[in-house]
Design a protein around this ligand. Sequence first.
Ligand code: ATP
Ligand code: MG
Length: 356
Amino acid sequence: MKHFTIALVPGDGIGPEVIAEGVKVLKTIEELDSELSFSFTEFPWGCEYYLNQGKMMDDDGINQLRHFDAIYLGAVGYPGVPDHISLRDLLLRIRKSFDQYVNLRPVLLLHPSFTPLKDKAEKDIDMLVIRENSEGEYAGTGDWLYKGKPEEVVLQTGVFSRKGTERIIRYAYEEARRLNKTLTSISKGNALNYSMVFWDEVFEEVGKEYPDVTTYSYLVDAASLYFVSDPERFEVVVTSNLFGDIVTDIGAGITGGLGLATGANINPEKDYPSMFEPVHGSAPDIAGKGVANPIAAIWSVSQMLDFFGEETWGKVVLDTIKGLTVETENLTPDLGGKATTNEVGDRFAEKLKEKW
Ligand code: ATP
Ligand code: MG
């Protein structure tokens, strides 16, 4: 019997609505597979907690999470709480404290109707973007000099350590090798003459250990164009924190939008828990209406199962998503359907049972 402990942080807005459906999926799996069990511990953190308690999470919150196998997060954000506080004090704090330096974002077209790229509808958009998640352009270092004076200067420094750059690039080579796919690095060495020149060098150096992996290297501007004009050329992609943030949103845009995009924040060494979350935010405009698309959150469950080493289940969940989204009656309004969040989760559980 394998047992995994999961910390639930449903958060704000549609977070709790979609996480409930993901938990439903995990409980269904537990029912179907007598060798597998999960336990759930819920934490009430988020913006509502902030408005009542003056903080996004408990002071010792990181210690409370430390011994879980995974964290399953919904969304944080609330009108009236500045994004930089809600992100910094919860999401980024967890990512940093647990050294979740790999951000894994699959970009996969589930159904031809989901892409706005009409002539691409029959083609194959299927890539895995691996984004550096701990430093780079988001290191948060810089300076603000001569504030308010005519000579005012603001510096925002990107930090690319040898350790940080090598480990993300090595992780990507390993993934490309394991999946037997090509690896594309996205950078900007022609304009960022320190950081991205270094990135390109490390990409090449580490690549010497992986002669079996076919590689490409694109400038981020060209890559952005190809994401739209020819996304099939990408298989495994590795890129920096900022560029990864941007290109994965393009990736979401060409495959059906935020209701389908998932992201895993991984600490590969498993020294600390990894965190799984739909990419979307709290979406206050649709919160409480029961129409949020839970597929992104369910996809996160598939990523979590892969991470637990339960790849068979991870694949079953992803295949079930593919099967489910073929029929419009199973879709929420963001994808042109009429189903509610709850109905999608229920149908998903039914299909899972049929499949097993
Ligand atoms: P936050 O401040 O928490 O980031 P937000 O207002 O930026 O929230 P997002 O959740 O990031 O909202 O998404 C932007 C819009 O996309 C939402 O307002 C919503 O209309 C739509 N959207 C996002 N996620 C979903 C979903 N799961 N299902 C349906 N629509 C969604
Ligand atoms: Mg947002």
